[in-house]
Design a protein around this ligand. Structure first.
Ligand SMILES: [Zn+2]
Length: 284
């Protein structure tokens, strides 16, 4: 857990780093041609706008960098369901942080909170939170990781459901993967920074796996907008990454024969099954 929440000391929350997780034809024609020229530079800021929110903890108004709907183009989806977009990483902009009190949440879960949760955040986060979060036009991967850590510690403090914590870990793990892929190779600390990001990715993914397994047992209905087959598929992929081949194999086999899973999901499950068989052969 040390790696998972390390860095919170910068926000005055160093005491929370060790917390346990579980219990984004004329001149007109010439203009058009010009605007479509390949040298047109697409800026990350083109995809973003400032959205105003009211914090459910301190009731103050705040502005948050937010992804414009429908503007980012999906390039592909990875085996672990991580969506990869062209020209921008939307994951960087999925955490809403209140700069006044330190409350942070994924946009999906931002909103009403029970009075006991508000009290817990005020006492455990706001009381020591350093108000040094400044408005930025765009976020670096490092900024974004810090935002996910703040989001996660808030979820722990407000005793969020296992599914919410698992989903934060999954997204943070995906973000750490994107960070490794987009790291400039001419960075003098490239090797050590890659290694650091990999450790962080594993830590987040390990907790996502644990959390989704817990959520599957204790929560009913869709989990964070995902149906049971999708959650089972995610658990299967994550379990495979952590060497839990038996769990993974059982889940993918279920998905392949399940009448409720669609063909796309079945194809993905078959793909995982093949990789799994290869991994098991290598183990022997
Ligand atoms: Zn606030």
């Amino acid at each position: 857990m040390a790696g998972l929440l390390s860095g919170l000391d910068k926000l005055g929350l160093g005491g929370l780093e060790g917390m346990n997780l579980f219990d984004e034809a004329d001149s007109k024609e010439a203009e058009i041609v010009k605007s479509k020229a390949p040298e047109t530079v697409v800026m990350e800021t083109d995809f973003l706008f400032d959205k105003t929110y009211e914090c459910p903890v301190c009731y103050q108004s705040m502005k948050e960098r937010t992804l414009k709907t429908g503007k980012a183009k999906l390039a592909r989806t990875e085996l672990n369901l991580r969506p990869v977009y062209e020209e921008i990483e939307p994951l960087k902009y999925d955490v809403i942080v209140c700069p006044h009190c330190g409350y942070a949440s994924l946009s999906r879960f931002f909103g009403y909170m029970a009075p006991t949760q508000v009290k817990a955040v005020k006492e455990n986060i706001s009381a020591t939170f350093r108000r040094n979060i400044v408005w930025k036009e765009t976020y670096s991967y490092e900024d974004a990781i810090e935002r996910y850590q703040l989001c996660l510690v808030n979820a722990i403090v407000k005793k969020a459901k296992a599914s919410e914590k698992a989903y934060i870990c999954l997204k943070a793990g995906w973000l750490a993967q994107a960070m490794q892929e987009n790291m400039p190779v001419d960075d003098p600390d490239y090797a050590s920074r890659q290694k650091e990001a990999k450790v962080l990715e594993r830590e987040f993914m390990k907790n996502a796996l644990e959390g989704f397994i817990g959520a599957r047992q204790s929560e009913s209905g869709p989990i964070c907008g995902m149906d049971q087959n999708t959650v089972d598929y995610l658990i299967a992929v994550l379990a495979m990454e952590f060497g839990k081949y038996e769990v993974s194999g059982k889940l993918v086999s279920n998905i392949i024969v399940s009448p409720s899973s669609n063909e796309r999901m079945k194809d993905r499950a078959r793909e995982v099954k093949e990789i799994l068989i290869e991994k098991m052969k290598q183990k022997k």
